[in-house]
Design a protein around this ligand. Structure first.
Ligand SMILES: C[S@@+](CC[C@H](N)C(=O)[O-])C[C@H]1O[C@@H](n2cnc3c(N)ncnc32)[C@H](O)[C@@H]1O
Length: 279
């Protein structure tokens, strides 16, 4: 069990799963390579046990899923910064991921934020990538996190691209709603929030997940219908949805779209939200 390692709580320890996938996954899935030079640096600094790393790598579907979702988040952010050159990006629950290595557009700003213990570890392992790269501690369960992070607010502020990757499923349902409402209340026009979506059927079953089971963390929330992402505030809109696992093999190519059609939510996917136009 990895809980307690590096002074981290179980849910914080889950950051190791995507870190290992981004550091080693390119060799396993060359067609899905992400070329993450920062992941290798961070993982080397952690001095992880070879056996633990190998255990994560044996969960091939999760490794593929991390590479696939990384490419989707990165592409959506690239599209956003093409439209909003001076926009802000914020990675909430960033763990040890480093998206600004790919997304620095000379005028944009980027903020990496996570719980205090993770940010302390991050600072000891990863460099800041220039003056427009910021970092801060945040607990998304607390009120007013948008304001406490100093993110742009108001109708004339630059739009913000918010990403939550592998985070919402570890929060309680009311905490997820609070995160979405905080975005709806404070994000400037043109802002987007992109997150991954795990089906409600996984809730409570993390012990069956080949990688998460090593961390003692639990899945606390999953979407029952796609409107769960927007119902909490009338300003929220679903802009697009993205499949993550379909390309893994023939079985997922059939099962993932089948699950989505049958249950109305993906088993695992990515959702992009925006704000209604002001009248
Ligand atoms: C599976 S890891 C994902 C890390 C990173 N997004 C990635 O994909 O590499 C989950 C992350 O969510 C963070 N997290 C969980 N609950 C949080 C909270 N209440 N506030 C901020 N971050 C949180 C954890 O500390 C951890 O870094």
């Amino acid at each position: 069990m990895l809980g307690g390692r590096h002074g981290l709580e179980p849910v914080e320890t889950t950051l190791l799963i995507p870190l290992v996938a981004r550091a080693y996954g390119d060799q396993l899935f060359p067609d899905m390579a992400v070329q993450d030079r920062c992941a290798a640096i961070a993982l080397a600094g952690l001095h992880e046990d070879e056996d633990d790393i190998e255990e994560f790598l044996q969960d091939r579907l999760s490794v593929y899923g991390v590479l696939s979702r990384t490419r989707i988040f990165r592409q959506l952010a690239t599209d956003f910064f093409t439209r909003h050159r001076q926009g802000w990006g914020v990675n909430l629950g960033c763990g040890l991921s480093s998206y600004f290595q790919w997304l620095d557009r000379q005028d944009n700003h980027w903020l990496d934020a996570d719980l205090p213990a993770v940010m302390a570890l991050r600072e000891s392992l990863l460099p800041t990538l220039g003056l427009r790269h910021h970092s801060a501690s945040v607990d998304l369960r607390r009120a007013h996190w948008w304001r406490s992070l100093g993110l742009p607010r108001g109708p004339h502020a630059p739009p913000v691209w918010v990403m939550l990757e592998g985070v919402l499923m570890y929060l309680q349902p009311e905490e997820v709603m609070h995160v979405l409402r905080e975005f709806a209340c404070h994000a400037p026009p043109g802002s987007e929030l992109v997150c991954d979506s795990l089906s409600w059927m996984a809730t409570g079953w993390a012990s069956l997940h080949p990688s998460v089971s090593h961390t003692d963390a639990q899945f606390a929330w999953g979407a029952r219908q796609m409107s769960d992402f927007t119902a909490i505030d009338p300003r929220l809109r679903k802009l697009s949805e993205h499949a993550v696992l379909d390309g893994y093999n023939l079985a997922t190519a059939w099962l993932c779209p089948g699950f989505r059609a049958l249950w109305g939510v993906p088993a695992y996917g990515i959702v992009r939200l925006g704000l209604a136009q002001a009248r």
